[in-house]
Write a protein that binds this ligand. Structure first.
Ligand code: SAH
Length: 348
């Protein structure tokens, strides 16, 4: 099995069956081996630097009904909110002062934010902070809308594909949503010129080594700039309330494999990973991650953007979040940098 890891690290392409074997064959020893190689590759390209993204969760209204998600439309217990343009700009101002040079606008699919409103927000952020990168994460749109947002100044787009296997996709989503359309969106975004991020939850109900092998092959084909993965964490008000969550060990192993698959990836150690393990984000870094995405949303709405249970950092001010992460990264010899954090050249 180490031979398969060596092959990935050498830039050779694995078949879907080989990926399946490698993922199903995870052991402690293999994880340690993958992590060591992944960390070395990460440090060759990104050194000890950790890129930060200031996450602004600007709406938890959502027209979709994804079975895993706490802000799905049929969750009547979700306390809904939207941020005004002014509040969003306030988050950016505070974030800029704290050293963030990338802002991520994330939200549910909320019809209130028409293309016109989005364009206005994007323009104002880019006018106010021309040297910052702006990432959008607002779900599936028409290609024309993505194009307008890009022309207004958005640089990056995050749209996790969630799973690359159709039958699995259907068990996670309501019938109006399809993998085919999700993938079309990702290819559209890429064609327009965005830096694109896809990704998936680790341990989502119905996920297997085979579906994960398909994720790896999809990522190899798409060649995204970023890949967001974090453990699935059940939310009490969803149909998946009683399902098992993803594990720290499998998330770390997959982070390492992703780093080996595409050495210059922007790979976050996610909040979900920090939620299921108090040192999850540090462990994520040591397994090959190079990005963290602390929260910049106003504290009074933090708890309301509850995609899953027990989400961390919902009570802290943005400044505390950055400090806390800075300390965490220093504890493992890494450091947060004041930088847009664009992808670097692949040095393999
Ligand atoms: N509406 C946007 C943003 C979704 S929220 C979109 O469609 O892209 C961002 C990500 O959170 C999702 O893509 C999903 O992978 C993750 N997520 C949702 N519910 C989760 C849960 N219960 N546990 C872990 N991650 C979850």
């Amino acid at each position: 099995m180490k031979r398969l890891i060596d092959m990935v690290a050498a830039g050779e392409s694995l078949t879907e069956n080989q990926w399946e074997e490698l993922i199903a064959g995870q052991t402690e020893e293999l994880s340690a081996y993958a992590a060591e190689r992944a960390k070395n590759l990460r440090e060759q390209i990104y050194g000890k630097q950790v890129f930060t993204r200031g996450l602004i969760e600007f709406t938890n209204y959502c027209k979709n009904d994804c079975l895993y998600c706490g802000i799905r439309r049929s969750n009547g217990n979700a306390n809904r909110y939207r941020l005004t343009e002014e509040q969003i700009l306030d988050c950016c101002r505070q974030g800029y002062e704290l050293g963030f040079r990338t802002f991520v606008l994330q939200g549910g699919e909320d019809g209130y934010y028409t293309d016109e409103r989005m364009v206005s927000i994007i323009r104002k952020i880019k006018e106010g902070y021309p040297e910052c990168a702006l990432t959008l994460s607002v779900g599936e749109k028409e290609k024309e809308s993505y194009q307008r947002f890009f022309e207004a100044g958005a640089d990056r787009y995050l749209l996790r594909h969630e799973t690359a296997e159709e039958a699995h996709y259907e068990t996670l989503h309501p019938k109006e949503l399809s993998l085919k359309h999700r993938m079309k969106c990702l290819w559209d975004l890429k064609e327009i010129g965005y830096q694109v991020g896809c990704g998936f939850m680790v341990g989502s109900p119905g996920q297997t080594a085979k579906t994960l092998a398909k994720d790896m092959k999809f990522i190899e084909a798409l060649q995204p700039d970023m890949v967001g993965i974090g453990p699935f964490v059940p939310h009490h008000d969803t149909p998946f309330a009683k399902e098992k969550g993803g594990t720290v060990n499998q998330t770390l192993y997959l982070l390492s494999l992703l780093r080996l698959l595409k050495p210059n990836l922007l790979l976050p150690a996610t909040t979900a990973l920090g939620t299921i393990d108090p040192r999850g984000r540090e462990k994520g870094m040591l397994a090959g991650a190079n990005v963290v995405m602390p929260n910049l949303s106003p504290t009074n709405v933090r708890k309301k953007y509850e995609l899953y249970d027990n989400k961390i950092c919902t009570g802290d001010e943005a400044a505390e979040c950055r400090n806390c992460l800075n300390n965490r990264m220093q504890s493992i010899g890494y450091e947060l940098v004041v930088d847009r954090g664009d992808p670097q050249k692949d040095k393999r």
